[in-house]
Design a protein around this ligand. Structure first.
Ligand code: SF4
Ligand code: SF4
Length: 383
């Protein structure tokens, strides 16, 4: 090991991240067995925990940036070690010293864009609501039924804007009185926090919370599992609590209440990919499947890894902004699983998953084999 705790903060940060808990690690190696990285290359969370327990960690290397925070190993560790917290704390130290290996440097660009424009995609803040220009979507006003928090990728990314449009159309068809915040909306901050930029996260969160309070927001509908997770589980650290509902939960409610009717037909085999931050991190497995099962003609099939064993797409923990060599992409494996399950459509509900899956679809030349759809796109086509 070349680096022997040159950064005194490593030890303090690790203690803060639950040092006493991860000292319980008895090096069983189960985390390495279940980690998706070991399907594509060697990576040892066990080793990271071991080194961290002694305050010895190689901060300069790539390994502290690998964890996608998928939640698989923390759910299975027999000693309750918080592997994700350890990873994030190590990234905080590296970030404090501005030490970024080459593959991680693009995350710095995302951070700069978050600071200047409130989104990681270098989109102009003033253009955040441009996707909705021709859709007569209202700006949120106090007393409306729900706030639709669109999120960064759905606001700026050309592929994901289609999902925002489908969502707005569904809400309108169901007669939901909703509004958006437009250029008052900021990134939720979830992923930048996981890259170790705690201050940027806090700034984004405080600005969003102030906007929610100033606008009298009570109920928030979200399209990204990352927004869902941070609003529900992390914003309460700021002593606030908003009702947060995921779009697939909300669609399920609208159908059950008779506000939304699915009249179309989709005579295809489809499979559903559980995004890590909806499934493992928040236990939402059934609602999206319930919605898909209500679509006339659709046959739902499961992939080899599903539900709590769902295979991560590779985009969490800020990895969506980092460079991953083609042969190391989990999303390629996921598309192969969908294909092996006989699916013609791979349905999911996360902007990172869709971005990675669309790229893998090109890499694998699956254009004629598999469609990638957000659940809102499937539902919108049935109205
Ligand atoms: S699964 Fe838990 S106890 Fe086993 S090596 Fe990993 S962190 Fe340690
Ligand atoms: S949280 Fe997921 S990606 Fe991170 S070390 Fe554990 S299994 Fe691997």
């Amino acid at each position: 090991m070349e680096t022997v705790a040159p950064f005194i903060e490593v030890i303090d940060e690790i203690k803060e991240a639950g040092g006493e808990v991860f000292k319980l690690c008895f090096q069983c190696g189960l985390c390495d067995t279940v980690c998706p990285w070991n399907k594509v290359r060697a990576f040892s969370m066990r080793k990271i925990i071991r080194e961290a327990a002694f305050g010895l960690t190689e901060i300069e290397g790539e390994d502290i940036w690998r964890c996608t925070t998928c939640g698989t190993c923390p759910a299975q560790c027999p000693r309750g070690v918080k592997q994700i917290d350890v990873s994030v704390s190590l990234r905080r130290v590296a970030t404090a010293y501005e030490i970024f290996p080459t593959s991680v440097r693009s995350a710095r660009t995302a951070r700069a864009s978050l600071i200047s424009e409130g989104n990681p995609l270098q989109g102009d803040r003033k253009k955040r609501a441009d996707w909705a220009k021709d859709l007569s979507v209202k700006t949120y006003a106090e007393g409306m039924e729900v706030l639709y928090f669109v999120g960064c990728y759905l606001s700026y990314d050309p592929r994901m804007k289609k999902v925002a449009t489908a969502t707005a159309n569904i809400l309108k068809k169901a007669g939901v009185e909703f509004g958006i915040l437009g250029n008052q909306e900021n990134c939720c901050g979830e992923s930048i926090r996981k890259t170790g930029s705690e201050e940027v996260f806090k700034r984004l969160a405080r600005e969003n919370i102030k906007t929610f309070i100033d606008n009298g927001v009570k109920k928030i509908i979200v399209s990204s599992p990352h927004c869902y997770h941070t609003f529900k589980n992390e914003y309460p650290e700021f002593m606030v609590n908003f009702e947060v509902v995921y779009i697939s939960q909300y669609i399920s409610e609208l159908i059950n209440e008779g506000r939304l009717e699915l009249t179309g037909e989709l005579a295809k085999k489809a499979t559903y990919h559980d995004p890590c931050y909806l499934g493992r991190h928040n236990g939402l497995y059934d609602e999206p499947r319930d919605v898909l099962k209500k679509i006339p003609g659709l046959k739902l099939v499961e992939m080899e890894d599903f539900g709590k064993n769902s295979l991560c797409c590779g985009g969490g923990g800020g990895r969506i902004w980092m460079d991953t060599p083609k042969e190391e992409r989990f999303s390629d494996l996921r598309l192969e699983q969908a294909n092996e399950a006989g699916a013609e459509v791979l349905v999911t509900s996360c902007p990172y998953c869709i971005t990675n899956f669309e790229e893998s679809r090109l890499n694998l030349e699956y254009d004629d084999v598999l469609e990638i759809k957000d659940i809102t796109e499937v539902v919108n086509e049935m109205l």
